[in-house]
Ligand binder design. Structure first.
Ligand code: URA
Length: 240
């Protein structure tokens, strides 16, 4: 007898970042957020850098490994255009090349630790800097210093900050970049660990900006440290 049961409904459309599995602490995950593939290797790297007993040397080595993965993932989100080359065999190869120029901008001081990872994959990349601190009077994030490539408005910007806690500094940094003419959609924020609340606030304010993060943690404590986190990234990295 012919099967007359109705066909099952088609699966719902998958969001662009559906490969993510580390969404437990932020569900639904904003579609502009991309986490690294949550492999056992990645978890092992995070376990080392989270461990308070880890030596400074190991912290540097293993956080650099994660940063390298994050930068590579960030580059995956840059637009490309068709590019045809001739190979030494005389054949043509129809490939692609990056569409535009990029630069890095590190949020001082912890973001500086991510510059080497960017330079490893983008030789002679220009890197700007931005220093944002809490204004003692207003308690709001305040711009203290910035230095950008003079043509930053025409570049894609990889914004570097390892820890996204409340999101205050990162949001101020994006505002400053936009004041310098960089459109929101040309900024890619690269981050090691994010708090769910910081990530949500950040993505709500800048929905067109892509966020590449390695891990979304449980939340913030009363001192605005990420939990479980890894403590103060700058202190762990620079020992000061
Ligand atoms: N910055 C850090 O270095 N660690 C946190 O947990 C939050 C902000």
């Amino acid at each position: 007898m012919a099967d007359t049961s109705p066909a099952p409904p088609p699966p719902p459309p998958q969001p662009a970042n559906s490969g993510n599995t580390n969404q437990a602490h932020l569900n639904p995950l904003p579609t502009s957020v991309y986490t690294l593939p949550q492999t056992a290797q990645l978890e092992a790297l995070y376990t080392i850098i989270r461990d308070k007993e880890t030596s400074r040397g190991d912290f540097l080595f293993y956080s650099d490994r994660i940063i390298r993965l994050l930068v590579e993932e960030g580059l995956n989100h840059l637009p490309v255009v068709k590019r045809t080359v001739e190979t030494p065999t005389g054949a043509t190869y129809e490939g692609v090349g990056f569409e535009g120029k990029i630069c890095g901008v590190s949020i001082l001081r912890a973001g500086e630790a991510m510059e080497a990872g960017l330079r490893e994959v983008c030789r002679s990349v220009r890197i700007g800097k931005i220093l944002i601190q809490r204004d003692e009077e207003t308690t709001l994030p305040k711009l203290f210093y910035s230095k950008f490539p003079q043509d930053i408005a025409s570049r894609y910007v990889l914004l570097l900050d390892p820890m996204l806690a409340t999101g205050g500094s990162a949001m101020k940094a994006v505002e400053v970049l936009m004041e310098h003419g960089v459109p929101e959609e040309r900024i890619i924020f690269i981050n090691l660990i994010a708090s769910p609340e910081g990530l949500k606030t950040f993505c709500t304010k800048f929905p067109l900006l892509k966020v590449i993060t390695g891990w979304i943690d449980e939340g913030l404590n009363e001192k605005a440290y990420i939990i479980p986190g890894l403590g103060d990234f700058g202190e762990r990295r620079y020992c000061t």
